[in-house]
Design a protein. Structure first.
Lengths: 249, 379, 314
């Protein structure tokens, strides 16, 4: 079974972002970039499936400017067999990403597509579900365990109340949650070997997809400042503040 | 005048930095507090390929560039000075075989060492021969099957857990440094006694030992198959080692510097972050400048090494500068942290203790000055 | 234009998340319809019909919807938009795992984008949502004819559960794609949430006195669904195991709510909690440094406060 894994290049999760003074966006200049943590987990799961003999080939796809090849190479170093870079300077929205991926799915015909549940920059949590709709596949989102049994995929999902297990007809789409696995570190020999693995570059137009905007960001602001602390006089007042002012309970 | 850091170097460097921060760094405080041998990290270091980073692919190493090697050691030291010390000592042993051994010896010993299956130690220093290795008293006498090595080596990293030691001994007592030969000694040979680890000021996880030798080695273990080449081999090895020590110094200094930056920006006095005080700003400026300078020296030496050019002078300068700057940087970083810096709750005092030896071992600052003066004056 | 809300429920009762979503819909403006899709969920539909501000309830009661399988629900919602005859301009769901699982599939079927986790409404087509883990708030305008939106429930006050008297329309269209099947679920949470991922963390410090007293924190944590942490002092004193330590040399946490109980507030502890949205400190020493970083500080005896707090949140 071929497994397709998608990854996104995002800011490193340790980076504390700053909003630009003109509120046009977030300041990304000189910011450290990395593989989206949920995508790393997706890659790890795909590589484990290959090591277990369930997957025969792992193909990694990423969409973005030339720099994303750094992430594709990192994934090749982790055990993927070949990479596809869909090159674009635009920052496509999830539906556009899903449409591009749907073309790749149609061409590659994988048995399983694994994506991270969300990217830590835009925090949308949409792409996997949208791709499932476009390809007519079942979706196992927020997966904490995945198992192939015959031509069915058993997915245990982390839901608000606990865990839910679904059976999906293959081919299917999975999006990863944090507890699915613990990603490995690429070994130095594998990093060196990854340089020789195939990496194909395609343009969105070549895939027959025209990117369009479904929304427009009008401004980006920092979150409300932390107000100076106050002392409350009683438990009642504390509960009131937490419920009605801070709205955290 | 070139410093060349390629994209590949950076990719390897980034990957290793993350590994070091996530796997090695969290244990650093405990390794220091309890003097646990940094060899506890051997499985993880072996798996990722660090134990063979200094060796070419032909012998099972990863074949990374000297620049990538420099960056990797910097990251390792920033995470845990003791671990960097243990690893670079292993590199001294494997470099000895790589630079001074016969093809058969390289094939026999390097692959296991590269994979981390075997740990090496580098035994040059003696109680009465530190900066003056030519005065060593350990002797190697020819026997029917090989050599009998007798003597005492001192401050030898990794000795207790090593699988092999590269031992430098005199095969000709009358020939000064030209009488020194090197031998690959199986650590488990009869007649090797290793003391308990030395109780040191810093690098407490980088255990060093006194090794008393009265053992036999087969003739095939004479490094390079030729007597009298030991000193030259040791000097070549130490050229490499100096760049790695420079990297270690810069790594620890960087960790201290980053801690100081964070502290200065967050610690407040009278509602102002202390980073607003000019006095501290000047300290920070000095630290930033010296750190950058130390790294430039190291990268330059590494670049020359990678390009196959002579780099004894550059590596001596790098080691001299980085070790002395690291002392100043870690001291300032501790000062910026005030009383907290003096406590064991924070890593600052460990950074100060860890870098102190860097001005002493692998060629003291005084020896480095001799080397630099000699190379500069002879041009 | 009308708004269609996909109800959050468990076939037995309507979940409060739906009420927060109705509130968001009210801010957008327009008639509000609630879709109750499930199996044996008549009572849920009735509850939805009583919610203040709801115009109509659509009931889709079929085994295919019993476990909220997105593959079956999404085409239903898409059908309602495309052929329901109600001119829906907005589709809303709470940003729960159910809503997050379903709505993007709906959006893709309708060939429109989605706005996730909206925290503010600015008219009918402009919304605020957090990005970069809440370190920035984006104001976004939807360019689509139908706007698909998941709503962060804590940003909208729940509407009243009574006051409405909507009609209930029973739908007989059932989508059973066979792409997925429910196998089982484990909903009773026996373990606490993980410390570094929990929304609420309650930590105890040296002031707790001993390990047994952490039971007081445990009771409060149960009430709030919180994780339990500890300061280094409490760990060093042997009150609790070291995997509960929060702080520079322990775990770094950034919950929505961090309650520090009997913790003085050493810098190393603060380093581990700086990212918390709201910090509450309970300590009988009013000079304790923790009060300088707490949003809400209560100078009181923790042994009195903890039981009172637990009772108050019943």
């Amino acid at each position: 079974m071929k497994v397709l894994v998608t990854v996104k290049r995002v800011i490193d999760y340790n980076v504390k972002v700053r909003v630009k003074a003109d509120h046009s966006g977030v300041d990304l200049s000189n910011v450290k970039m990395a593989l989206n943590p949920f995508c790393e987990i997706a890659v790890e799961e795909a590589v484990r499936l290959k090591e277990a003999g369930t997957a025969t080939e792992v193909v990694v796809v990423s969409i973005g400017p030339a720099a994303v090849q750094e992430q594709i190479r990192a994934v090749l170093a982790l055990g993927a067999d070949r990479g596809i870079h869909i090159e674009t300077e635009a920052d496509p929205e999830p539906l556009s990403v899903a449409k591009l991926l749907a073309k790749v799915v149609a061409a590659e015909r994988p048995g399983l597509v694994i994506l991270g549940k969300q990217a830590i920059d835009a925090d949308n949590n949409q792409t996997g579900q949208m791709l499932a709709a476009l390809t007519g596949m079942g979706q196992g989102t927020f997966a904490s365990a995945v198992k192939v049994e015959g031509d069915e995929l058993l997915v245990t999902r982390e839901v608000d109340g606990g865990l839910q297990t679904l059976g999906l007809r293959l081919p299917a789409i999975v999006t990863t949650d944090l507890r699915l696995n613990e990603p490995r570190y690429a070994t130095l020999p594998n990093i060196m070997k990854a340089k020789k693995k195939p990496l194909e570059v395609r343009a969105p137009a070549a895939l027959g997809v025209e990117l369009r905007a479904y929304s427009q960001v009008l401004k980006v602001e920092p979150p409300a400042d932390r107000r100076g602390g106050i002392k409350v006089a009683s438990v009642e007042e504390l509960v009131d503040k937490l419920k009605n002012e801070a709205k955290v309970i | 005048m070139n410093i060349t850091v390629t994209d590949d170097d950076l990719m390897l460097s980034d990957a290793l930095q993350r590994f070091c921060q996530e796997v090695i760094a969290p244990a650093a405080a405990e390794v220091d507090e309890r003097s646990l041998s940094a060899t506890c990290h051997r499985p993880a270091l072996s798996e990722i390929g660090i134990m063979g980073m200094n060796l070419p692919e032909a012998y099972g190493g990863t074949g990374v560039s000297a620049v990538a090697l420099y960056l990797a050691v910097e990251h390792l030291a920033a995470a845990c000075g003791s671990t960097a010390s243990m690893v670079t000592a292993h590199f001294l042993a494997t470099d000895s075989i790589l630079l001074g051994g016969t093809e058969a010896q390289k094939q026999a010993w390097l692959p296991d060492a590269a994979a981390g299956r075997k740990l090496g130690g580098f035994a040059l220093t003696e109680p009465s021969a530190g900066s003056n290795p030519a005065a060593m008293r350990t002797v190697a006498e020819k026997t029917a099957n090989g050599y009998r090595i007798r003597g005492v080596k001192h401050f030898i990293s990794n000795a207790a857990e090593a699988d092999f030691l590269v031992v430098y001994a005199k095969t000709d007592k009358s020939a000064g440094h030209r009488g020194i030969s090197a031998f690959i000694v199986d650590r488990h040979s009869a007649g090797i006694e290793v003391s308990p680890p030395e109780r040191t000021m810093g690098l407490k996880g980088g255990h060093v030992f006194e090794v008393a030798l009265d053992c036999e080695v087969p003739a095939g273990n004479l490094l390079g198959g030729e007597e009298g080449r030991g000193f030259r081999t040791a000097m070549h090895v130490l050229d490499n080692g100096r760049v790695e020590i420079a990297a270690s110094c810069t790594g620890i200094a960087r960790a201290a510097y980053q801690a100081a930056l964070f502290w200065a920006k967050t610690r407040e006095v009278n509602d102002h972050p202390i980073a607003e005080f000019q006095g501290l700003q000047w300290m920070i400026a000095d630290m930033a400048t010296e750190l950058e300078a130390a790294r430039m020296f190291g990268l330059k030496a590494a670049t020359r090494r990678e390009q196959g050019e002579r780099f004894s002078q550059e590596s001596a300068m790098a080691k001299l500068y980085a070790s002395e700057a690291a002392g100043r940087i870690t001291d300032k970083a501790l000062q910026i942290h005030g009383g907290y810096g003096y406590t064991r709750e924070m890593p600052l005092e460990r950074y100060v203790r860890d870098v102190r030896i860097m001005r002493i071992y692998e060629g003291s600052s005084e020896v480095q000055r001799n080397i630099i003066a000699r190379t500069v004056l002879q041009d | 234009m009308s708004i269609l809300i996909v109800a959050e429920h468990d076939n037995g009762s309507l979940k409060p998340a739906t009420l927060n979503t109705v509130s968001a819909a009210a801010q957008i403006g327009g008639d509000i319809d609630i879709l109750v899709a499930g199996a044996g969920c008549q009572t849920v539909a009735e509850a939805a019909a009583r919610v203040a501000g709801v115009s109509r309830v659509l009931l889709a009661d079929n085994a295919a919807y019993g476990h909220q399988l997105a593959e079956n629900l999404a085409p239903l919602v898409a059908h309602l938009v495309q052929e329901g005859g109600r001119d829906y301009g907005h589709i809303l769901a709470p940003a729960t795992t159910a809503g997050k699982n379903l709505l993007p599939r709906v959006a893709a079927l309708l060939d429109v984008g989605q706005l996730s986790d909206v925290v503010g409404v600015d008219g009918t087509d402009t919304f605020k949502r957090p990005i970069y883990a809440g370190n920035a708030i984006a104001t976004v305008k939807s360019l689509d004819g139908v706007k698909v939106i998941t709503v962060r429930t804590t940003a909208f006050e729940a509407v009243a559960t009574t006051g409405g008297s909507a009609a209930i329309d029973t739908l007989d269209v059932a989508y059973d794609t066979g792409l997925s099947r429910f196998i089982d679920e484990q909903l009773a949470k026996s373990d606490r949430p993980e410390l570094t991922a929990a929304r609420i963390v309650i930590s105890g410090g040296r002031g707790m006195g001993n390990g047994e007293n952490f039971a007081l924190i445990a009771q409060l944590a149960d009430r709030l669904g919180a994780a339990i942490g500890a300061s280094r002092a409490a760990v060093d004193a042997g009150f609790v195991p070291n995997d509960m330590q929060v702080g520079q040399t322990g775990k770094i946490v950034a919950p929505d709510l961090y309650i520090a109980v009997g913790i003085s507030g050493a810098i190393q502890h603060l380093a581990g909690i700086k990212g918390s949205k709201v910090i509450v400190a309970i300590n009988k020493d009013e000079e304790a440094p923790i009060f300088q970083v707490a949003d809400y500080g209560l100078v009181a005896d923790l042994f009195e406060v903890l039981p009172q707090l637990t009772a108050r949140l019943a």
